[in-house]
Write a protein that binds this ligand. Structure first.
Ligand code: NI
Length: 254
């Protein structure tokens, strides 16, 4: 997730491309459309519910193609790879899979370079249910890795908020999302735990977990057309200055 001013196979790719070639385009479109509609209609839907498997030799070769401190290339939505990787559901991963540590290192290097607050593995070409989330609700805003995350509960209360995406260069848009969630994920010791998350961090979790089901914020935004990045940054800067001025006025009135 990209919000700079707010602090701000079994190789899946091969399977998908085989699937893509083998299937007539109309049928393919219908399948993708159904996946997207399913993703939109049921916020908590996980598609598909696969058993976790370790990274394949082809996935490991891709991850180990560069050193652990080397960022991945981002998969962008307006490219042929983006249309497949970003729109396909990702597979569950075993938490003790060889290579997960290198995947994490390279994803962290990517998030750092992109100055984002969250990243999902399919955004770097790895079709697995793995995300990074900056926990702005914790001291020091640590970036943490989550394996097989799933939202198990959504609050009825919702709010609009601006979102961007490292895979969507077109711009930013407002998305209505529940303000609180419960998220389940697998810990490294194999335990599956559930945690309540609120506010901005809950929004990041929802955005990243959407990626694992092939859903982009574009599917949920009420902003049409998107606000280009330079205009978005200018708007946030204006808001910041206005808030500062208001604070000065308030202080002067005391
Ligand atoms: Ni994103």
């Amino acid at each position: 997730m990209d919000v700079p001013p707010l602090t701000d196979v079994h190789r899946p790719e091969l399977e998908i491309s085989l699937w893509s070639h083998a299937m007539p385009s109309l049928l393919r479109t219908l399948c993708l459309t159904s996946l997207l509609l399913a993703g939109c209609a049921h916020r908590g839907a996980r598609i598909p519910d696969t058993s976790p498997t370790p990274l394949s030799s082809a996935e490991l070769a891709f991850i180990d193609g560069l050193p652990p401190d080397a960022p991945f290339d981002m998969v962008l939505d307006d490219t042929p790879q983006g249309e497949l990787s970003l729109r396909a559901p990702s597979l569950a991963l075993t938490v003790d899979s060889p290579g997960l540590d290198r995947l994490e290192d390279r994803m962290r290097a990517t998030l750092l370079r992109e100055e984002g607050v969250g990243l999902a593995a399919p955004q770097v070409g790895v079709q697995r249910r793995v995300i990074l989330v900056q926990r702005q609700d914790r001291d020091g805003d640590p970036v943490e890795l989550y394996v097989n995350p799933r939202v198990s509960w959504f609050s009825e209360q919702v709010e609009l908020g601006w979102e961007g995406c490292l895979s969507v260069p077109a711009g930013f848009g407002q998305v209505e999302r529940p303000t609180g969630i419960s998220v389940q994920y697998d810990q490294s010791d194999g335990q599956r735990i559930e945690e309540a998350v609120e506010g901005w961090t809950a929004r990041i979790f929802q955005h990243e977990i959407d990626h694992l089901d092939g859903v982009l914020f574009l599917d949920r935004t009420v902003t049409d057309p998107l606000l280009p990045k330079d205009e978005y940054l200018a708007m946030r800067e204006r808001e910041r200055l206005e808030a500062e001025q208001q604070q000065t006025t308030d202080t002067g009135a005391e």
